[in-house]
Write a protein of this length. Structure first.
Length: 91
């Protein structure tokens, strides 16, 4: 069984109103990952993602850039305990 990893990220910059959540869901689903993405009141986006370590790290790299209209200034990253999720959801 491949190494499993869960991470939680806070993505800062111009990341709301630019289809960041929808594109994150598309990327995560294509990689077979599970978890969720949501907007935060301060204008940042929170992402929790679990799955195969290499694919989680691939999504983490994508988060640093995001969709074309996003302007990511920072991604705060933390490894967290494993969580089971049925899908990758937009909250």
């Amino acid at each position: 069984m491949p190494d499993q990893l869960c991470i939680q990220c806070i993505v800062k910059g111009v990341v709301q109103g630019v289809w960041y959540r929808a594109n994150t869901k598309d990327q995560a689903t294509a990689l077979g990952l599970r978890g969720w993405v949501r907007n935060l009141p301060d204008g940042s986006v929170e992402v929790l993602v679990c799955g195969e370590k290499d694919k989680v790290l691939q999504l983490h790299e994508w988060l640093k850039k995001g969709p074309p209209r996003a302007k990511v200034s920072e991604v705060i990253y933390a490894e967290i305990d494993w969580q089971d999720h049925d899908e990758f959801a937009v909250r």
